[in-house]
Design a protein around this ligand. Structure first.
Ligand SMILES: *Cc1c(COP(=O)(O)O)cnc(C)c1O
Length: 283
């Protein structure tokens, strides 16, 4: 709802939106709702985007996930900010998976990249992931917020968030900001998972975040591995086409600060056993 409201408020007929090919479905819906021209650029490809921007006249908006929800990698935010400055485009970042997890005090992908409001004028976040409640927020200058409050239809024409959720979210954000120790623990789990799963022969993706996809390839093998892990009491969903391209089926391991080293031991042991049982070789 936040993405649909913000994107359709910031671009309209005659404008152009540049959207990363792997952007979240709600961004795509926002782009469609805006009636602007949509140009998708190859995932994280700032050279291709630079060419598209240079060849386009009029009002331009660039929109991207901060952390990509199926691959776990970060958008090249510093370079995107630079490009948007050069080509007079408005940069919008959806940091659903960054807030609470990345950056100092859990301030998200922008903080992790040393960027601020002058680099990224509009940032969207969800309260439903690290913050554990529900709803979403948009951050930016007060001028930008005034504009969005007047223009974002999904904000104006729906009932406000219930006060209890707002209070719970406020408490949750305070807790998340003070949780650098838990973020450090999560960081250790991520590093150890990557090291040991790769040593077993699993193909991981270039992700530095708690989203750690194991690239399997075939949909049937991915399903078999997911079922195998379930047999060990571990729930890891298989992601298959059409969510990801053909031949890129994967298991989406999602680590959290609530996991312990013992949980990770169990996951790694189960991955080793299942690998044998299913007869996986190289991905
Ligand atoms: C999950 C997600 C959303 C949607 O957030 P909800 O709170 O589940 O509605 C939007 N954008 C991205 C990038 C996401 O990963």
């Amino acid at each position: 709802m936040a993405n649909m409201g913000v994107i359709s408020a910031l671009a309209g007929r005659g404008d152009t939106i540049f959207s990363d090919r792997l952007n979240h479905a709600s961004i795509i819906d926002g782009c469609l709702l805006s009636r602007a021209r949509i140009r998708r650029y190859p995932h994280g490809d700032t050279e291709a985007l630079a060419e598209q921007l240079a060849g386009t006249e009029g009002h331009k908006v660039v929109v991207t996930d901060g952390v990509f929800s199926m691959d776990g990698d970060l958008a090249p935010l510093a370079e995107l900010a630079r490009l948007c400055r050069t080509h007079d485009a408005l940069l919008v970042v959806d940091d659903a998976h960054g807030f609470g997890v990345l950056g100092d005090g859990g301030r998200g992908s922008l903080s992790a990249c040393g960027l601020g409001q002058e680099d990224v004028p509009v940032v969207i976040g969800t309260l439903g992931k690290a913050f554990g409640t529900s709803g979403a927020f948009v951050a930016g200058s007060s001028l930008m917020m005034d504009y969005l409050v007047q223009k974002a239809r999904t904000y104006i024409y729906t009932t406000s968030m219930p006060p209890a959720i707002a209070a719970a979210s406020t408490a949750s954000i305070r807790m998340a900001m003070a949780a650098d120790d838990r973020r450090a623990h999560l960081r250790n789990l991520i590093d150890r998972f990557r090291r040991e799963a790769q040593a077993m022969g699993y193909a991981l993706m270039p992700s530095d975040t708690p989203i750690q996809p194991i690239l399997i390839g075939g949909a049937a093998e991915a399903m078999a591995l997911s079922r195998g892990l379930e047999g060990h009491g571990i729930w890891v969903t298989a992601i298959r086409p059409p969510t990801v391209p053909q031949g890129e089926s994967r298991l989406r391991v999602t680590l959290s600060a609530a996991h312990t080293e013992a949980h990770l031991d169990r996951l790694l042991q189960a991955l080793a056993v299942c690998r044998q049982e299913i007869g996986l070789t190289a991905a």
